[in-house]
Design a protein around this ligand. Structure first.
Ligand code: FE2
Length: 312
């Protein structure tokens, strides 16, 4: 290492810090403005922190749509969304909001409001794709006032949830595949309009292993279930699949695996969809405004199950 490198490293270490949260996952990155592109050293540290902690919180940011897209692209190609969402300002931006772009609350019977109930169930973003996403990145624009209950995003650590399973359950899950499909979440709420044929044809049903390995964590195993999957598990009847799915959903919701993020304006939260589930906690949607802006880093390949890495 050259003297110049040492000076640079010392400056770099002083410029921000990564502080682990005292919960089942996550870290806060303190003192880093993410509106500017990272230099190679910063990007390396942030990527390693992301692999180590699975979720990073950058507080007090001030980001335009374009800056969030540029930040996100540092971690890979971005997904475009199949939804015909009229609130999007760019194809890579998905607005999670209970108000219209003009600032009016959605009526509680509006399908955009009802659709947010789908997100109240533990899920991973884009599990309905043949190559599910790597990471989601969400920015807080309008959030619930301090002291108001609800509106948090809760995350569950699938490494910990998997590790805590009895050996017999791990053996049972090892060969299983589950069907994921885009429409399933909507079907839970009959009041929602059907998915247009064009959108549906872009995301046909896919199967993924119930236990997956993580390519950036030495192929460590984790659970890959989502409450929005169809409960259809290969080799099981629908009833058996539903019963097993219910049991696993109850398991991952245990408090020892979870962390709840209470949103502040200017929070940028980035999480690893390859080992975390998340859900939106309920809040009074008629009284409060909640506007978050999401970008999604695409996955790099199909999900790999434990048979490809039998020694782990
Ligand atoms: Fe989500």
């Amino acid at each position: 290492m050259s003297p110049a490198d040492i000076v640079r490293r010392e400056e770099f270490e002083l410029s921000f810090m990564v502080k682990a949260l005292r919960t089942a996952l996550g870290a806060e990155v303190i003192g880093l403005d993410v509106s500017q592109p990272f230099d190679a050293g910063t990007l390396e540290v942030i990527q390693q922190a992301f692999f180590d902690h699975h979720l990073l919180v950058f507080r007090d940011q001030n980001l335009s749509d374009e800056e969030q897209v540029a930040f996100s692209r540092q971690f890979g190609a971005l997904e475009a969304f199949p939804e015909a969402d009229k609130t999007k300002s760019a194809i890579e931006i998905y607005n999670v909001a209970n108000v219209s772009p003009e600032g009016k609350h959605f009526d509680i019977n509006d399908h955009r409001a009802i659709y947010q109930k789908v997100n109240a169930r533990f899920h991973t973003d884009s599990s309905y794709r043949s190559i599910p996403s790597l990471a989601s990145i969400m920015y807080g624009i309008e959030v619930l006032p301090d002291g108001t209950g609800g509106g948090e995003t809760e995350f569950s650590n699938m490494f910990k949830a998997y590790d805590a399973l009895p050996t017999s359950m791990k053996a049972r899950l090892k060969p299983l595949y589950m069907v994921h499909y885009y429409e399933f979440g909507r079907r839970l709420y009959p009041e929602l309009p059907p998915v247009p044929v064009k959108e549906r044809s872009m995301v046909p049903p896919v199967t993924h292993p119930v236990v997956r390995v993580h390519p950036d964590r030495d192929n460590r195993r984790s659970l890959f279930i989502t409450a929005n999957a169809g409960n259809e598990i290969g080799g099981m009847t629908l009833e058996e699949g539903q019963a097993l799915h219910r049991e696993l959903v109850e398991h991952v919701a245990k408090v020892e695996f979870c962390h709840r993020h209470r949103w502040r304006v200017g929070d940028l939260v980035m999480w690893d969809n390859r080992c975390l589930l998340h859900r939106a906690m309920a809040y009074d949607m008629e009284k409060h405004r909640r506007v978050l802006r999401r970008t999604t880093v695409a996955g790099t390949g199909p999900i790999v199950g434990p048979f490809s890495h039998p020694t782990k």
